[in-house]
Design a protein. Structure first.
Length: 101
């Protein structure tokens, strides 16, 4: 799955290739609120397509160094190649179709 994710142009991952948890960030630099809006739109789009994702939540006023907004994707051993291909396809479609409106 990591090999698929690093090919995306609208979302990037800085997660280790062996990690089962992938954080996906908006590739284009933008204000935090705008990035959160885009990521929430991607998550909503994915949910309609049967893919459960989550935008990472942080304590905005409590974190010493607030991480950038990201989508958290968990890869499990129960996922098939077809499952991963479907997730990747939905993420690509969502990142192309979701605007910041």
């Amino acid at each position: 799955m990591h090999e698929l994710l690093i090919k995306m142009s609208d979302l990037i991952t800085l997660s280790d290739g062996l990690s089962p948890i992938k954080h996906l960030y908006v590739a284009e630099p933008m204000p935090r609120a705008q990035a959160l809006n885009r990521l929430n739109g991607i998550v909503a789009y994915a949910m309609k397509e049967g893919v459960a994702l989550a935008v990472s939540q942080y304590l905005n006023n409590e974190e010493h160094k607030l991480p950038p907004p990201s989508i958290r994707l968990v890869i499990t051993s129960a996922m098939t190649t077809e499952d991963m291909d479907h997730i990747f396809t939905v993420l690509k479609e969502a990142s192309k179709n979701v605007t910041d409106s």
